[in-house]
Design a protein around this ligand. Structure first.
Ligand code: AMP
Length: 536
């Protein structure tokens, strides 16, 4: 629906904010720029533009119309990027299916999200065959082989497609939260929200000092799965700017490092685990990473990992957000060198109204220490969960989106996340930040990875316990001693309460992960409960 003000000239174009307009600059100025995908595929932006028309015609010939939903199950490829644009530009919604959920959860998201058609890479066909008997409605499955089927589809289709104008509030994308608490929940974004998010992202990152922003000299490669919050929205931003892009396909550390070197990648984003996996790979030492800037988000960056990345010459930024916030909320350049600039959840992006509130929605003082729940408004926040009024109401209680994260604001307006509400360790009357314990212990020699969790305790409610994965060859007794003495030292200088000293330091060979590679504390708590004596 067009809103035309009384002063609009006859014929004035009301310019709905549509995803197709993100392409205007790229097509005008970057026609010869390249988009690379995996080891063998490359195309120019001009060709990319033409292929979007072909993809739309191919989908239309299979019955896709405005208002329908198109699912995708693929690795991070140029095909996915093409779907990011062509599907919403047709007026359909793109359902990015999280292929790393359990089969039962994938089935749930398909039945709940109701895609009319799903493009499926060969690697996910066995999964589709397994869950297909549970489909609650007809879904057209389009196998795209190892990509060659997709190429046939593109080649056989006519090139031109007249992408229409429509209401900017139409649903453009749909995906599901990663489901660490209960069933995955559907989150959707409109064209208007995605366009504003893209502009907000570029403006917010560009406003940071140092290397945070993207510019025309950058070479971009996503390392957050494209099914997860549209790869944090960066593929839209990189395409709008017309920069050179590199898609890694299935994540394999050696292939990613090769692509970074061969294509001169300068800009990526990922959760800490992916960065750790790359730094752990033997090829890493042979790869020049000194031009690479990496946005870390999705979890706090452990200090030990930050030190390793610094040593490799990587330039780091921290960003904070969540599935329900499209996701961008805040960003910080971590290269300032001062203690404060090293542990930071960022400055709010443009148009972001960020508060830290008490349970009755009063603002906590911006004093750099009083914590509360982070509550936000921005033009790109999910307006609720798909078909779930109760959860939607809780998300937006009091007119602000409740992030479920605990943190504080500093006087300069920057945010520090101290924990997730459900991960805070509540011992006696004290709230202990699991993140602060992890940050301290992550720098101890012999610690590869650490999680601090609350173990149920009859007297205190919960007591802190550390679960550590050691580096190869490390002696657990030494690691335990080092971890506890670091924590005691912080208690001695008053930086931690004495209740933060863990009751136990346990060791595991692997820590459970969510479908997007984050530490899964809910699963870890369950493992420790199942293994009640907790020793290893
Ligand atoms: P998801 O919706 O799966 O992307 O997870 C979002 C959650 O990840 C947030 O609610 C935070 O708990 C956590 N998170 C994201 N970014 C950061 C960050 N920079 N520091 C600490 N936690 C973060």
């Amino acid at each position: 629906m067009r809103m035309v003000s009384s002063s609009s000239a006859p014929g004035a174009y009301a310019y709905p904010l549509l995803i197709k307009q993100l392409l205007l600059r790229a097509m005008a100025v970057s026609g010869a720029q390249e988009i690379v995908s995996g080891p063998d595929f490359r195309m120019t932006y001009a060709r990319f533009g033409e292929r979007l028309g072909r993809l739309a015609n191919a989908l239309a010939s299979r019955g896709v119309r405005e208002g329908m939903r198109v699912g995708v199950m693929d690795w991070d490829t140029h095909r996915y990027l093409e779907c990011f644009f062509a599907v919403p530009m047709m007026g359909a919604a793109l359902h990015t299916i999280n292929v790393r959920l359990s089969p039962a959860q994938v089935l749930y998201t398909i039945n709940h999200g109701k895609p009319d058609i799903i493009l499926v890479h060969r690697d996910f066909m066995p999964l589709i065959e397994e869950i297909r008997p549970g489909f609650e409605r007809d879904v057209i499955i389009v196998p795209i082989g190892d990509g060659e089927g997709y190429e046939t589809l593109i080649d056989a289709a006519a090139p031109g497609f007249d992408f229409p104008d429509f209401d900017e509030n139409r649903m453009a994308t749909l995906f599901y939260t990663t489901g660490t608490t209960g069933a995955p929940k559907g989150v959707s974004y409109s064209h208007r929200q995605l366009v504003l998010h893209t502009l907000g992202l570029v403006a917010g990152f560009g406003a940071e000092s140092g290397d945070a922003g993207v510019n025309r000299n950058d070479v971009y490669m996503p390392l957050t799965p494209l099914f997860h919050v549209h790869g944090w929205g960066f593929p839209y931003a990189a395409t709008m700017l017309g920069v050179r892009q590199v898609y890694p396909g299935r994540y394999a550390p050696d292939a990613i490092l090769r692509l970074i070197a061969r294509e001169g990648v300068t800009f990526s984003h990922c959760v800490p685990t992916i960065l750790a996996t790359l730094l752990d790979h033997p090829d890493c030492a042979r790869t020049d990473l000194s031009r690479w800037k990496v946005i870390i988000g999705g979890s706090a960056l452990p200090r030990g990992l930050q030190d390793r990345a610094d040593a490799a010459g990587i330039s780091l930024c921290a960003a904070y957000g969540m599935s329900e916030t499209c996701p961008f909320l805040s960003v910080a350049d971590l290269n300032g060198g001062t203690p404060d600039s090293r542990a930071h959840s960022g400055y709010p992006g443009p148009l972001v109204d960020m508060r830290v509130v008490t349970p009755d929605m009063r603002d906590a003082p911006r004093d750099g220490e009083t914590t509360g729940e982070v509550a936000v408004r921005a033009p790109w926040l999910a307006q609720g969960y798909l078909d779930d009024d109760e959860a939607s109401g809780a998300l937006w209680k009091g007119g602000y989106l409740h992030t479920g994260d605990v943190g504080y604001l500093r006087a300069d307006g920057s945010l520090q996340i101290t924990d997730r509400l459900k991960d805070v360790i509540k011992t006696g009357g004290e709230w202990i930040s699991s993140l602060s314990l992890e940050t301290i212990v992550s720098t101890c020699p012999g610690v590869e990875e650490v999680a601090a969790i609350g173990r149920p305790d009859e007297k205190w409610g919960e007591r802190p316990v550390l679960v550590v994965r050691c580096t190869e060859g490390a002696d657990p007794d030494h690691v335990r001693e080092a971890a506890l003495s670091q924590i005691r030292a912080k208690v001695a200088v008053g930086e931690l309460s004495k209740w933060a000293i863990p009751d136990a330091v346990l060791f595991r060979e692997a820590l459970p992960r969510t479908s997007v590679g984050k530490l899964d504390k809910k699963a870890l708590r369950q493992i420790l409960l199942d293994d009640a004596d907790g020793t290893s």
